[in-house]
Ligand binder design. Structure first.
Ligand code: 5GP
Ligand code: ZN
Length: 138
């Protein structure tokens, strides 16, 4: 029996409110929704973070996102929808099995989404971009 809660859901040993399934992914309603229709999409194979996933598996994971977002948003009558994916506890990840959140939104729903922007220094941006480009393997 896997320890991971989402691996158990994928294996069928813990029930879920299933929305969609294919060979690579499973989507179900979040058990602790932060808004009505809060949906999760997970890869069937266990990965901790998106950086650990082969590109083909990332593509398979994201393939149903647009259709899911459209269906969820219309079904619950939302005005917007956040698609979020957290990697690591510092970034807000609690369940250590990679997952995508689809969070329907309404005006004045109290959830907010305002991160403070800072003014950028052009030289710092150039240094950061160079550091990223030398590491980037697509
Ligand atoms: P995280 O905070 O890791 O980005 O999100 C984990 C999400 O999984 C939370 O929104 C939480 O409510 C949801 N969750 C945790 N355990 C279960 C479960 O057993 N079933 C379902 N459907 N959702 C779960
Ligand atoms: Zn897992």
């Amino acid at each position: 029996m896997p320890e991971c809660i989402f691996c158990r859901i994928v294996a069928g040993s813990i029930p879920c409110t299933k929305l969609y399934e294919d060979a690579h992914v499973l989507s179900f309603l979040d058990i602790g929704p932060i808004s009505p229709g809060h949906t999760l999409l997970v890869p069937k194979r266990h990965y901790g973070a998106i950086m650990e996933m082969p590109a083909g598996e990332v593509a398979a994971l994201f393939k149903p996102v647009a259709a899911l977002a459209a269906a969820v948003k219309t079904a619950v009558g939302a005005e917007g929808i956040n698609v979020l994916q957290n990697n690591g506890p510092t970034a807000g990840q609690v369940v250590p099995h990679l997952h995508i959140h689809l969070i329907p939104r309404w005006p004045d729903d109290g959830l907010g989404f305002r991160w403070p922007a800072r003014e950028a220094d052009a030289a710092v941006l150039a240094r950061q971009a160079e550091a990223i480009r030398v590491l980037l393997k697509v």
